[in-house]
Design a protein around this ligand. Structure first.
Ligand SMILES: Cc1ncc(COP(=O)(O)O)c(C=O)c1O
Length: 267
């Protein structure tokens, strides 16, 4: 990416794509989702210009939670532009993997991380799946010794027994479904369906701000994320799926907050 080059980024999404493009002097071309939070494939294709160097997709998408379908991805890949699909949350749910599409689409680069379902964020290991010509280029610009041997061994151990990650996937998915149903039953609360290890919750209709919920949760030792950096209209918080006990505690604190929304404030 050199100054003036463009990167097409469907939003809302992981903010890092946009900041990295800007840091490299590029121009992020942001393509909003449709009002019902679907990916707007025709708009993504319409945003491609002769200056487009990259397209960034995220599947499952943070913070929307939804996965891209294979048809949608193939439509985007047909533009022939190098396209990165960040699949950081893939192992948290049952959305499609796009690794196999690399064989038929040399412009596709799939990225994965050990930071989410594998629970190894602190070892700082991820990996990419791409055409050998792309990998060759990446290896040429990669800093030497970018990953420690300790981290490589930990990552290898983590993928050594696929049953472990499958049980994480099942646990995260069933807890996410349980939390989703409980949240959807609260007045004024609209959780977004998710295939990741988080649920983004629209709290606008409760009449309280995302800051109210985040501050209340913090006072009880819970960390909720306010979705302010995603240019979303309205009030949103994001909760990460934890243990059963943590999820129960979150539901308790959050539902009290929602109930307080209907009460007059006592000063
Ligand atoms: C979509 C997405 N990709 C990547 C990451 C970060 O992954 P890593 O810990 O490997 O840098 C995150 C973390 O929030 C994320 O949301």
């Amino acid at each position: 990416m050199t100054p003036g080059d463009e990167a097409v980024i469907p939003v809302p999404t992981y903010a890092f794509f946009e900041t990295q493009v800007r840091l490299n002097g590029g121009v992020p071309v942001l393509v909003p989702a449709t009002p019902d939070l679907a990916f707007d494939v025709p708009a993504v294709l319409g945003a491609v210009t002769p200056r487009t160097k990259l397209i960034f997709l995220c599947s499952p998408n943070n913070p929307i939670g939804r996965s891209w379908t294979t048809d949608e991805v193939e439509a985007v890949l047909s533009a022939g532009i190098p396209t990165v699909i960040d699949q950081a949350y893939l192992e948290c749910g049952y959305g499609p993997s796009f690794a196999e599409l690399v064989a038929s689409h040399p412009n596709l680069i799939v990225t994965r991380t050990m930071s989410k379902a594998f629970g190894l964020a602190a070892i700082r290991v991820g990996y990419g799946i791409a055409d050998p010509a792309v990998i060759d280029l990446l290896l040429r610009v990669r800093i030497p010794f970018s990953i420690s041997l300790v981290a490589i061994r930990a990552a290898q151990a983590a993928v050594g027994d696929p049953r472990i990650v499958e049980s994480r996937r099942e646990f995260i998915s069933s807890e996410r479904d349980r939390l989703f149903a409980a949240l959807a039953a609260l007045p004024g609360v609209s959780p977004w369906p998710s295939e990741a290890n988080f649920i983004t919750i629209d709290v606008t209709a409760t009449g309280r701000t995302s800051t109210d919920y985040v501050d209340e949760a913090r006072a009880e030792g819970l960390l909720l994320r306010r979705m302010a950096a995603h240019r979303l209209e309205g009030q949103y918080v994001r909760v990460t799926i934890g243990t059963v006990a943590e999820n129960d505690r979150f539901l308790d604190v959050f539902s009290r907050g929602v109930a307080a929304a209907g009460q007059p404030k006592l000063d």
